[in-house]
Design a protein around this ligand. Structure first.
Ligand SMILES: *Cc1c(COP(=O)(O)O)cnc(C)c1O
Length: 311
């Protein structure tokens, strides 16, 4: 009985987490010249640590964990993972224990992992080979543990996508195009599914931040086999995950200084670079309205600040 009321209490705490993610119109001289309206969906404002799409992806996972009376979240990520930081903070907020398998060795300590530990997350460092078989790792440590709840790396899965779909319900106007950056494709899948369900004419675009990003279509199809595949723009990975070029860094700086909105090179920098490049190449029709999702993740800058050059 005691446990039951605790569950209910936590459940209420969760429902009281109201999010704030306005639509902000932004402009750059080139975009104005081309008559393209760009609006940012400010998921970066949802929370400083449970950032952007990470809250959306966690929401139904945490509700499911509560319903199953699990109080210990186990998940996976790299040393700069926005997903780990979000899980650690959400765990502390909603009274879950959290454990993460971290790819790499013990030396790979980063400010992000320190923040995860400050939120009370336990870290288990595993080498790259062991990291590949996540279910095996989970079984090795938590087999028969009735308290643990498994969340995929990056929050991938249907519960995550269901949370991301809610972004579409919040929109104040119609758009011809919606753009999001893709790591696992969960956010893209959730948005595409919501657009499909509502029968909107909006075209859904993904910008994979990894090399050979075509796999994102397989990930989306695995979640929602019936969906028409979203449009992927595969040329904006800049060499691979967390890789940058002087061009990308210069654009990122220019964007931040011209709009007052902070972005970072790993996800939102590549995304907005792609949008800017497509506008430049007249990919859109004049007067098109674009919605670009600012998925947050600004702590990624902590690993990149030395790459910027100012003159
Ligand atoms: C995790 C993350 C993504 C990737 O989202 P997916 O749903 O995995 O495709 C995009 N942007 C930011 C800032 C992220 O932290």
């Amino acid at each position: 009985m005691k446990q039951f009321s605790l569950t209910l209490f936590s459940f209420n705490v969760m429902l009281s987490f109201k999010i704030h993610s306005p639509e902000t119109e932004i402009t750059l001289p080139l975009w104005e010249k081309k008559h393209i309206k760009v609006t940012l969906k400010r998921d970066d404002l949802i929370h400083p640590f449970i950032s952007g799409n990470k809250w959306r992806k966690l929401k139904y996972n945490l509700q499911e964990a509560l319903q199953l009376q699990k109080n210990h979240i186990v998940t996976f990520g790299g040393a700069w993972s926005n997903h780990l930081l979000a899980t650690a903070c959400a765990g502390a907020t909603f009274r879950f224990k959290t454990t993460a398998f971290v790819r790499g060795d013990e030396q790979a300590n980063t400010p992000v992992l320190t923040m995860c530990q400050l939120f009370g997350m336990q870290l288990i460092y595993v080498d790259r080979d062991s990291y590949r078989d996540k279910e095996q790792l989970y079984r090795m440590y938590f087999d028969q543990d009735p308290t643990t709840f498994y969340i995929h790396e990056g929050g991938y899965g249907l519960l995550g996508a269901k949370g991301c779909a809610e972004l579409v319900d919040e929109l104040q106007q119609d758009y011809q195009h919606i753009f999001t950056a893709c790591g696992t494709g969960t956010t893209l899948a959730g948005i595409a599914n919501a657009i499909d369900k509502k029968d909107l004419f909006t075209q859904v675009h993904g910008v994979p931040v990894l090399k050979n990003g075509g796999f994102i279509n397989d990930e989306v199809a695995q979640l929602y086999p019936h969906l028409p595949p979203p449009i992927l723009h595969l040329e904006y990975h800049f060499g691979g995950y967390a890789k940058t070029t002087p061009d990308l860094l210069a654009f990122t700086q220019h964007f931040i200084a011209s709009t007052g909105i902070m972005i970072e090179p790993t996800y939102t920098g590549k995304l907005l670079y792609a949008v800017d490049d497509l506008i430049r190449k007249d990919y859109f029709t004049p007067a098109d309205q674009l919605l670009v999702v600012h998925t947050g993740g600004l702590t990624g800058l902590l690993g990149m600040y030395q790459r910027f050059v100012f003159n």
